[in-house]
Write a protein of this length. Structure first.
Length: 340
C-alpha cells in the first residue's frame, strides 16, 4: 500500500519527477504551509521555513512558490480540513504541516492523493501514527521532531528548588503531543515520591481556570510539555503564576518568550530551516518513505529574566543549578514574538 501511494505521488508531483537531466531552473514547485495555530513557536518555524526556501531557491535554481499557499488553522480541526481540500484543489506539490494536529489532519486528507507531507514540531511522530519509525517513516510523511527530554525538565525543577514537593501538570488532553511527556513526568514523580496534580484545558478560558486551580492548590512548580493550547494561552496566564511565585517550566523557548519561567527543548528556528531542507530534498526526488525524521539538540534552556525576578529566584543561582543539565542557557525577556 505504501509503495502504491508513492507511485501515485510520483504521478502527481510533476515538478519533482523530471527526466534524468534534472529540474530546470525556470520550474517552480508549489509548497503549501499549514500551521496549527498562530503562536510564537509555530510562527518562528513558518518564518524560517520560508526564509530557508528562499535561500535554497537562490542556491539550486529551483523555484519554491509558497506565498499563495500559507494557511493558519486557528486550532480548528474542521478549518484545517478545509485548508487541506483547498491545497489539493490548488495542486500543491508538497505540504508543510506545522505541529502534530495539523500533520494528522493533512495525513488523513491527502493520503489518497499521495502528496508528500513534511511535518515540523511533531513531538512523537511514531506515537501520533504519522510514521512507522523515525529511521524509515514508511509512507508519504517525514519531517522534523521537537521531541522533549521530560526527565531533564523534571531535574531542572528540583535543581532550582530542591524542596519542591507538589508539582502541577498543565496541558491539553486533546493534543497527542502532550500525552507521552505527561506520562513520563508522572512516572518520574511517582518514582521520586513527589505529589502532583493534573489540570487541563482546551480553550484559553479553560486554561485560565486550570491555572487558578493550581494556584489554589499551592503547587511549587508547574510543568507543561510542547502543548499548543497552553502555548496559545501563555500570555494570559504567566502573570498569575509569577504573582503567585510559581515557576512555570515548559517544553519550548516560546513559552519563556511569552512569560513562563523556563522553556526547555529545541531551537525552533533551526527546526524550521531543517524542515525546508527536507522539502527541497523531497522536491528533488527523495522518497519520504525512506527519508529519516530529523531530531535536534533538545537541551536548550531559555530563562525569562523578568519572570525569574518576579518569582524571587536569583538568576545567577538558577543558571549555575541548571548548567549540568543543559547544552546551553539563553536569557530572554517577555515579548509576543521573536525578533528577526
Amino acid at each position: 500500500m505504501i509503495r502504491k501511494r508513492f507511485a501515485r505521488m510520483m504521478a502527481v508531483c510533476m515538478c519533482v519527477f523530471v527526466p534524468a537531466a534534472g529540474v530546470m531552473a525556470e520550474e517552480t514547485c508549489k509548497v503549501g504551509i499549514v500551521k496549527f495555530v498562530d503562536h510564537a513557536s509555530l510562527n518562528q518555524i513558518e518564518e524560517n521555513v520560508e526564509a530557508r526556501l528562499d535561500e535554497l531557491a537562490r542556491e539550486n535554481g529551483m523555484g519554491y512558490d509558497y506565498a499563495d499557499y500559507v494557511y493558519n488553522g486557528n486550532a480548528d480541526g474542521s478549518q484545517i480540513q478545509q485548508i487541506a481540500a483547498e491545497l489539493l484543489s490548488q495542486g500543491v506539490d508538497v505540504i508543510v504541516a506545522i505541529a502534530t494536529p495539523a500533520a494528522q489532519i493533512m495525513q488523513a486528507a491527502c493520503e489518497d492523493a499521495g502528496i508528500p507531507i513534511v511535518f515540523s514540531a511533531v513531538t512523537d511522530p511514531v506515537g501520533a501514527n504519522l510514521v512507522e519509525s523515525l529511521e524509515v517513516p514508511g509512507g508519504n510523511l517525514t519531517g522534523t521532531s521537537d521531541a522533549l527530554n521530560t526527565n531533564t525538565i523534571m531535574e531542572l525543577i528540583f535543581a532550582a528548588d530542591p524542596d519542591a514537593g507538589y508539582i502541577g501538570l498543565l496541558y491539553s488532553n486533546s493534543e497527542d503531543a502532550s500525552r507521552l511527556p505527561i506520562e513520563e513526568a508522572k512516572a518520574y514523580l511517582d518514582e521520586k515520591g513527589i505529589r502532583y496534580i493534573e489540570k487541563t484545558g482546551t480553550t484559553t478560558d479553560e486554561v485560565n481556570a486550570a491555572v487558578d486551580a493550581l494556584i489554589a492548590e499551592k503547587v511549587d512548580a508547574v510543568f507543561t510539555p510542547t502543548d499548543n493550547t497552553i502555548m496559545n494561552a501563555e500570555l494570559a496566564i504567566y502573570e498569575k503564576l509569577a504573582d503567585a511565585g510559581i515557576p512555570h517550566y515548559a517544553g519550548a523557548d516560546s513559552f519563556a518568550l511569552n512569560g513562563a519561567f523556563v522553556g526547555f527543548g529545541v531551537n525552533y528556528a533551526d527546526l524550521g530551516k531543517e524542515t525546508a531542507e527536507i522539502v527541497a530534498e523531497i522536491l528533488g526526488g527523495a522518497d519520504p518513505a525512506a527519508t529519516p525524521v530529523r531530531t535536534f539538540d533538545n537541551g536548550i534552556a531559555t530563562i525569562n529574566t523578568e519572570t525569574t525576578q518576579a518569582i524571587g529566584f536569583d538568576l545567577d543561582t538558577v543558571k549555575e543549578a541548571f548548567e549540568p543539565f543543559c547544552s546551553s542557557i539563553v536569557e530572554i525577556t517577555t515579548a509576543q514574538e521573536f525578533e528577526g
